[in-house]
Design a binder for this molecule. Sequence first.
Ligand code: DGL
Length: 272
Amino acid sequence: MSDPRPIGVFDSGIGGLTVVKALHELLPNENIFYLGDTARVPYGGKSAVTVERYSLEMTDMLADEDVKIIVIACNTASSLALPKLEKTLSVPVIGVIKPGAEAAIAVTRNRHVGVIGTRATIKSSAYERALRSFEPKINISARACPLLVPLIEEGWLDDDLTDRVIARYLTPLVAEGIDTLVLGCTHYPLLNGAIARFLGDKVKLVDSAGNCARAVEELLNRQLLRAPAENSGVLEVALTDAPDSFLRVAREALKLEIDQVQLREVLHPSPR
Ligand code: DGL
């Protein structure tokens, strides 16, 4: 049995492409439909009610594309909207928090993990809950880094100003003694190089992309939803506003060639 329908992936902007890249590497025969809410990025400073509403609107739009599962490739939306999405959507949904927490637990040696993310993600304590569900006594230092997403959306990945912002955010976490840092925002792997340069080799970086892709593989296998083996996976990208630096960052930083971007108007479903 096989299922050629695409995997639906959503994020507020470009960040979810880091998950798309991991998915494409692990599951090259799967078609992927990516939806980025560029009209309303960033989500990270918005209230829980707003992020939940946006997430419902985006996932409804993905459901209209006849996707077989939905990956919430956004930590902010996963932190604040996953329970509601799991209840309301008729296809299986996977978020990025649990895979990221699992990766950190596997890597830390001194049992002291740092977590960085948007304000909304850090305020939700979703990572603390997920990390403690694996290891109740884990020591956690968490910090919101609200300036990073705008710098990444702007494509300032290799830039003095970005380096200074990173140093300002991460210095306290290093001083507290973390040995592992969770990039708790799918945008942040685009700054992997800059963050690793600042941290040196004493602190290991983890993100959810690889583990999330493995969770998707497992789910597709379990539910007999894998694409035909001979299929060569196609990536379709739709955004809610003009691409701007999206294509350049995708090409230069992620080596993802996207020929065409479709524009979609946000659909506002009736309240649930
Ligand atoms: N990439 C997202 C995340 O993982 C959202 C960033 C934002 O829109 O603020 O949290």
